[in-house]
Design a binder for this molecule. Structure first.
Ligand SMILES: Cc1ncc(COP(=O)(O)O)c(C=O)c1O
Length: 373
């Protein structure tokens, strides 16, 4: 519908996908240009990532979280978080293995399990405490403990955040039952109002059962470059390294070299990226408030998760999104796309600048006034 509207010369304000619109830091681009000139970087690279890149992510974890990792055995570079998620599931999950994840969730957290022929068990996640309660309940009720728990905080799409105590409880519970944990930390650095998202690896003993997936996509506006990492438990890392060694030759080496610069020199750029999302969040929340659509501001991520206004709730999130596109020319994602418990919500991606975000809220205000006319 968006493509059709645009083809008809209509100016759709697109807040649908979580696709960062900002430029990659200049120093990273410059390093790529330099590295790509060197023919030595044109060969097959290392599937697990070049050592200096793995050293750099390990240094970052030490500096930011006080977490010690061995770059040889506890860190692997991946082709974005998606590669890490999908192939880790292929490597360790098979028929009959239960994987628990929250509902709603980022689609691959569910379909990655389905593709690996595991049994996806989704638990409602109105908030992290409810998820933990549901998990305790699941352990009490089921005869066979889940093989893996797959979580992600700050959470897409709900924007829910956790503190370190949540991870402590999760690790204790999973360790007690012999369950592995995968924590997708894609929004590690996109936090607002002084909130700092904890790493699960900060929990003592987490490495015995857990891995964390970190990505450069959002922290450094590098979504198209496809660089991520899987860190922590060495058995899981070894399994991922094995399957990846059959599938790929690693990320193009100039990209790996440029990624070192991102991790080493671009902290300020990350702060700017974060400030941009926070300002857009404020514009969106204030504009929607004026439009009569009050929403709790998120503490992190590049999204706003909005309950559908009461008068439209019965039509469902998909129909509501279609209507919003038709009548207000604003594209957002229907909550149902993130699982059945996403119904009743829509997700705004903060990927339009402040001016266009304000324009979107004005258009939504006009639409909400006229309603279903
Ligand atoms: C929770 C979550 N994980 C992973 C990804 C994808 O990350 P990457 O670009 O590193 O594959 C996204 C992208 O939107 C995401 O929201």
């Amino acid at each position: 519908m968006r493509a059709k509207a645009r083809a008809a010369q209509l100016d759709v304000i697109d807040m649908g996908m979580g696709n960062p619109d900002g430029a990659t830091p200049r120093a990273v681009v410059d390093k790529l240009i330099e590295a790509v000139q060197n023919p030595r970087n044109h060969r097959y690279s290392m599937s697990r990532g070049i050592p200096r890149l793995r050293d750099e992510i390990v240094k970052r974890y030490s500096a930011n979280y006080g977490v010690t990792l061995d770059p040889e055995t506890e860190a692997i570079a991946t082709i974005g978080a998606k590669d890490a998620l999908a192939h880790l599931l292929f490597a360790v999950i098979g028929p009959g293995d239960v994987v628990v994840s929250p509902n709603p969730c980022y689609p691959i957290h569910h379909y990655g399990v389905v593709m690996a022929e595991g049994q996806a068990c989704t638990l409602p996640m109105a908030d992290p405490a409810t998820f933990l309660n549901n998990l305790e309940d699941l352990y009490r009720r089921s005869q066979k403990a889940p093989k893996m728990i797959l979580v992600s905080f700050p959470h897409n799409p709900t924007t829910q955040c956790v503190d370190l105590d949540f991870f402590k409880s999760l690790v204790a519970l999973a360790a007690h039952h012999g369950t592995m944990i995968v924590h997708d930390f894609a929004y590690a650095d996109i936090c607002f109002d002084g909130y700092r998202a904890p790493s699960i690896l900060q929990v003592e003993g987490a490495k015995d059962i857990a891995v964390e997936i970190y990505s450069l996509s959002k922290s450094f506006n590098m979504a198209g470059w496809r660089v991520g990492f899987c860190l922590g438990n060495r058995r899981l890392i070894a399994a991922l390294a094995r399957i990846k060694s059959y599938l790929d030759y690693g990320i193009f080496q100039p990209i790996q070299i440029a990624s070192i610069i991102a991790l080493r020199e671009c902290e300020d750029e990350t702060h700017k990226i974060c400030a941009t999302y926070q300002n857009r969040r404020d514009v969106l929340i204030q504009g929607l408030e004026r439009a009569g659509w009050p929403i709790e501001p998120p503490k992190a991520t590049m999204f706003v998760w909005a309950p559908i206004p009461e008068q439209f709730r019965a039509m469902g999130s998909l129909e509501f999104c279609k209507l919003l596109l038709q009548k207000a020319l604003v594209a957002v994602s229907p909550g149902i796309g993130f699982g059945p418990l996403g119904e009743g919500y829509v997700r705004f991606g903060l990927i339009e600048n402040e001016h266009r975000t304000r324009q979107a809220t004005k258009s939504i205000q006009r639409f909400l006034k006229t309603g279903l006319d």
